[in-house]
Ligand binder design. Sequence first.
Ligand SMILES: Cc1cc2nc3c(=O)[nH]c(=O)nc-3n(C[C@H](O)[C@H](O)[C@H](O)COP(=O)(O)OP(=O)(O)OC[C@H]3O[C@@H](n4cnc5c(N)ncnc54)[C@H](O)[C@@H]3O)c2cc1C
Ligand code: FES
Length: 357
Amino acid sequence: MSYQLTIEPLGAVIDVEEGQTILDAALRQGLYIPHACGHGLCGTCKVQVCGGEVDHGAANPFALMDFERDEGKTLACCATLQDDVTIEADMDDEPDARIIPVRDFAATVTRIVDLTPTIKALHLALDKPIDFQAGQYVQLEIPGLGQSRAFSIANAPADVQRSGEVELNVRIVAGGAGTTYLHEKLKVGDRLRLSGPYGRFFVRQSAHLPMVFMAGGSGLSSPRSMVLDLLGQGCTEPITLVYGQRTRAELYYHDEFVALAAQHPNFTYVPVLSNEPDAAEGSDWTGARGFVHDAAKAHFGGSFAGHKAYLCGPPPMVEACIGTLMQGRLFEDGIHTEKFISAADANAQRSPLFKRV
Ligand SMILES: Cc1cc2nc3c(=O)[nH]c(=O)nc-3n(C[C@H](O)[C@H](O)[C@H](O)COP(=O)(O)OP(=O)(O)OC[C@H]3O[C@@H](n4cnc5c(N)ncnc54)[C@H](O)[C@@H]3O)c2cc1C
Ligand code: FES
């Protein structure tokens, strides 16, 4: 059984299967509704129900507050239809966005590589080719959990096309059900299911502006794919990657970026460590120390006007970078973010510095 969903202001009418979420139906039919976590935590996919009945599903009470439910709002990633429904959604027009409908994939684990003590690279051979924009992510079904988790694709689209494999870089989260499974139980040869591509974190190439990528923790995945894609395409705009980790042991793909910076005069690589022991304690690190936003501020002399910035990583890092960029005269239209939101961040995900919801 299916219901009809009308999405305003587009006036698009789509079929939604019983039990299928509004977001899933829209993305599979090539209609983009803004979203991030995909499972009721972040509130990015909030839409207004203008007619008909929905079931709010597993929406987190912080992501969809009681008064918002009373006002007729719902989370598209959790809501299912009880009836034919009309919603109003914020369907922004992005000239650089490609319309790629979400599809399901089966995959086989071909390699698991320890990138750092806390991050593993999972190499997954897909049963059919995936089309995506560098920076986008997939939802990976965690076996036995009955839930998916979001992971950004860490290799460039050209590499995925050539090898038929996506690479996901997964940081283990203390107490996290999905990442613990992937780190401790997953093995080469296992079969997995995933869907994608999701998200609107991609390069606004039509802007033709210098780019600064700011990444922390496992948030390197998307910027790595984006930077490799840009350099692979022969992009000549200045590209700076400011990449922060706690220690040298956690700084994965460091040698790759050093080599890329030597090879491409328009690419600058600024690694920064926040908790590396000092020389007296045996560290040979001579690069920047501190947080990503501090290193970016020092590198750019505090001025970011005339750039496009792409921030990716844990919410506190992204927030700190937004503050630094705004102090440096780069504002909301010039800043694009992907926050690696987890259940622990459910009630504090949207930047209070951004006007747009
Ligand atoms: C768009 C996007 C892209 C991402 N890309 C990547 C990536 O490339 N690499 C990567 O490593 N990560 C990425 N992430 C993050 C990744 O999805 C999370 O690390 C993952 O969801 C954590 O899953 P988990 O099942 O291990 O933890 P969960 O079980 O979801 O728990 C996470 C944390 O929250 C705590 N917790 C659980 N429930 C609650 C609750 N109700 N209240 C408070 N705390 C709670 C847990 O103890 C744990 O510390 C991405 C996230 C998003 C949204
Ligand atoms: S995408 Fe729906 S709440 Fe995060």
